[in-house]
Design a protein. Sequence first.
Length: 296
Amino acid sequence: MTFDKDDALRKFFEMGYKIPDDYFIELENILVPLALQPFERFGVAVAKFIAHEFGATVTILHNGRRDPEKFIKEFEELKIPVKVKISKKLDTIKVILEEAQKEDYQLMIMPSRRRLKWIDRFLLNSVSAKVIPKVTYDVLQAYPQKGRLPGDEEEIPRFEKIGILLPRTQRDPKLLFWANSLLIGKEGELHAYHIADLPNLTPLRGALEADVIVKEKEEFEVLVQGYEKIFSTKIVPHFIVSHNVGKAAAAVLNRDKPDLAIMGHSKREGRFGLKRTLTDYVLDTARIPMVIHHQH
């Protein structure tokens, strides 16, 4: 399905899609808590390119046990203003939350470790797990490539191909917004993935011809082409039908190998919140760098 520019936008608005009020945000200050560990270099890259896109100031908050100079240099390359705040208090969670609340920040970028198993993330006293639910603005949680950490001398990655998992919810515009902010160069591409979830007893053969799936695919393509015009960025749609959304998402990302993939955070369900979420599954099985969006 293809439209010219005017037709794409007309169908986009006719189907009830819209640009949310908070799309036109003024991003002036970004908070980046760091322990200055190697796994955080991917999060530094995310902060670096978003700050450059908006002309924002980055505040690095750390505990003073290591020299932040090598991280600061990454921002200075693009002439990004950097503030460094040092705290030697033992309560890291309290320090981050106090800083997050007393300054005029619009975004937190939280570098996170790629745990080997999802249960580790649940059982370990993760700083991000304690901090993120209490932050009152958007948080982007940045996970490096699974099984590989950048070395000190390795160049911070560039993002020229970004994958976005779009479930067609109210969060979609924000995911597209942040992904577009990270994209480098006019030749870069956003790849939007929507996975239609089929009931287990429904055969895959012929599913794409089913009326409900045809309608879902058409609506997804209208969404993508509408935002392509709004962002003036090439967005490649990928419509996938599967009995297991998590497996399909991880498989397609491992196949296409974008420089990073962005998805929304999914809430825990089940008794005591022990049930593994879609976010958990993709983090466990997709080998590429991931950015998880937490909306507040």
